[in-house]
Design a protein around this ligand. Structure first.
Ligand code: NAG
Length: 199
């Protein structure tokens, strides 16, 4: 009996080691992507970039400012900048929606594409989705994918309010902690049309 228990333990340890090695090998083939972006959400007035798309059927959310109804959906085309200031270097747009996603809690459900327009990822996108509980100082949203040089990105975004410029202009800080697969090989053989059948 004792022998069998010891064998089981050994088997478990070997399995755990195999899993750890598999993870190490997988992570070795990914390249980290770290970005800090500031998102300017301007809900009215000059320079407006966020508009109410759907007036939620309610009920009114008791933990948010009056006038916020369950289902309220805002479409955004928000400027992304390198620094906190709206006139710092423009690095992209955040395009998508956020919706009052809870009847009780001050929560938005966010679905945005971050289109980068400068730097090494110019023209690439990151797809971000998740639960934005505004009662928490820092929220964690998911990086669920990407395109271009950010294809198959995965990770998370630490999402927080960086500054309230005015009642109409909030600045969010987006701290992207993601990674992308490193191509398994250098460029494919030249001269052929192998790329036609690739993903
Ligand atoms: C980003 O790419 C576009 C299209 O290729 C190009 O026109 C633009 O100058 C680039 N911007 C920067 C800041 O590199």
């Amino acid at each position: 009996m004792a022998g069998s228990a010891a064998n089981k333990r050994l088997l478990f340890l070997l399995l755990a080691a195999a899993v750890a090695l598999t993870f190490a090998a997988a992570s070795a083939r990914r390249r980290p992507v770290r970005l800090r972006l500031y998102m300017h959400d301007i809900v009215g007035g000059p320079g407006q970039t966020a508009v109410l798309l759907v007036k939620g059927a309610g009920p009114e959310n008791p933990s948010m400012h009056p006038g916020n109804y369950f289902g309220d959906t805002v479409a955004v085309d928000d400027l992304l900048t390198e620094g906190l200031a709206v006139d710092s270097k423009a690095v992209g747009r955040a395009q998508g929606t956020y919706m009052v996603g809870s009847m009780r809690d001050p929560v938005f459900v966010v679905s945005v594409t971050l289109l980068l327009t400068a730097g090494p990822y110019n023209g690439s996108t990151l797809i971000v989705a998740g639960h934005d509980d505004t009662s928490e100082a820092v929220r964690e949203l998911a990086v669920v994918g990407g395109t271009g040089r950010l294809r198959r990105a995965a990770g998370h975004v630490l999402w927080s309010m960086a500054k309230v410029e005015s009642v109409l202009h909030a600045v969010l800080e987006l701290d992207v902690h993601a990674s992308v697969p490193v191509p398994s090989d250098a460029a494919p053989a030249r001269g052929g049309h192998a790329f036609v059948s690739s993903e």
